[in-house]
Design a protein. Structure first.
Length: 333
């Protein structure tokens, strides 16, 4: 009887959006600045979103000199996203690696929309709140929201929850605080509390896909696959080219035994954002489930080559060695 290969990689698919990033120890900060295309400073605060896997990890505003910063976060690939009424959208890929630089230095140039009226960014949601809309929220609510982000970065989940709750008490429609509150609850496996916040986010801001994917992820973690499918597909109708959405759908199809569609969705997630490791790991896990050892070994080699500094590198190397040993044993019984 052949000994089954341990599917340790399946454990890596439990995605708690945002929170998983905040708990890692191998971390570095981001030190950013932006200027206009003419070399000056922006004449108002610009909202800066830090994204990973298609969802917001943190948010801040530039100061009077156009500078911004994000505190310590785990090594990995992030996106700095600017969506402002005055400037063309920016989606800048940033690799955070404390072995190379701490903080990671980022410099951005703001181009007025008038310079290219038709310019858009693929996957951009035109209904997302811009800086002007956010300024309509009371300052005390925004201060509590920012305190919540800082507490979450420092690993103080309970303090973060308290600040987000205060922000919502002041401004119930501050959906950014609700979304972060939901993901913090999700990191603590408080599924009911997280669900309530994500559902409120969708009522307030139904055009943004993030909360749909968060709900899909929540039900995926709860093994309620019909609900997970519903929310993931709704999110993809809002943002068809969202890498996180296709990743979650690939994981869902894996759990349901639909290997063909799972492979298609995971490949699409990789095509949309090849610098993120989780879809690669999910694809390896799929091949292991299907006992496709050669494909799993090949993907493991690619993973080790493309993501040499990932925390899971040692496990991946061990898995590859076991696969190669099994293959050699079959070839030379």
């Amino acid at each position: 009887m052949t000994k089954r290969f341990p599917f340790w990689l399946a454990l890596l698919l439990l995605v708690a959006v945002h929170a998983s990033y905040l708990l890692a120890q191998n971390s570095a900060g981001i030190d950013g600045a932006m200027m206009t295309a003419r070399g000056g400073q922006p004449d108002q605060a610009v909202r800066v979103r830090l994204m990973a896997h298609g969802s917001e990890v943190a948010m801040t505003f530039t100061d009077r000199s156009g500078k911004f910063a994000f505190g310590k976060m785990p090594a990995g690939v992030y996106h700095i996203v600017i969506e402002d009424d005055k400037y063309r959208p920016i989606d800048e890929t940033v690799e955070v690696d404390p072995a190379i630089s701490d903080p990671t230095i980022v410099r951005l140039t703001l181009v007025p929309k008038e310079a290219d009226p038709g310019a858009t960014t693929p996957g951009q949601n035109p209904n997302m709140a811009g800086a002007v809309e956010l300024k309509e929220f009371p300052k005390p609510a925004m201060k509590e929201y920012e305190k919540g982000i800082k507490a979450a970065k420092d690993g103080k989940a309970d303090d973060a929850i308290a600040h987000y709750q205060k922000a919502i008490e002041i401004a119930p429609d501050l959906y950014l605080a609700r979304n972060n509150l939901g993901t913090t609850y999700l990191s603590q496996s408080k599924f009911d509390e997280a669900r309530q916040q994500f559902e409120q986010v969708i009522k307030i801001n139904p055009s943004d896909g993030a909360a749909y994917f968060n709900l899909g992820n929540l039900y995926l973690l709860s093994q309620k696959y019909v609900d997970a499918s519903n929310w993931i597909h709704q999110g993809l109708t809002k943002e068809p080219n969202n890498a996180l959405g296709h990743f979650l759908l690939g994981v869902l199809c894996t759990q349901l035994g639909n290997g063909g569609q799972a492979e298609t969705e995971l490949r699409k997630a990789i095509d949309l954002d090849p610098k993120v490791s989780r879809p690669h790991l999910a694809l390896i896990n799929l091949y292991l489930r299907q006992r496709r050892a050669p494909e799993a070994a090949e993907e493991l080699r690619k993973f080790l080559k493309d993501f040499p500094n990932q925390p899971d590198g040692l496990k991946a190397q061990d898995a590859l060695q076991k696969l190669e040993a099994q293959t050699a044993k079959k070839q030379n019984p």
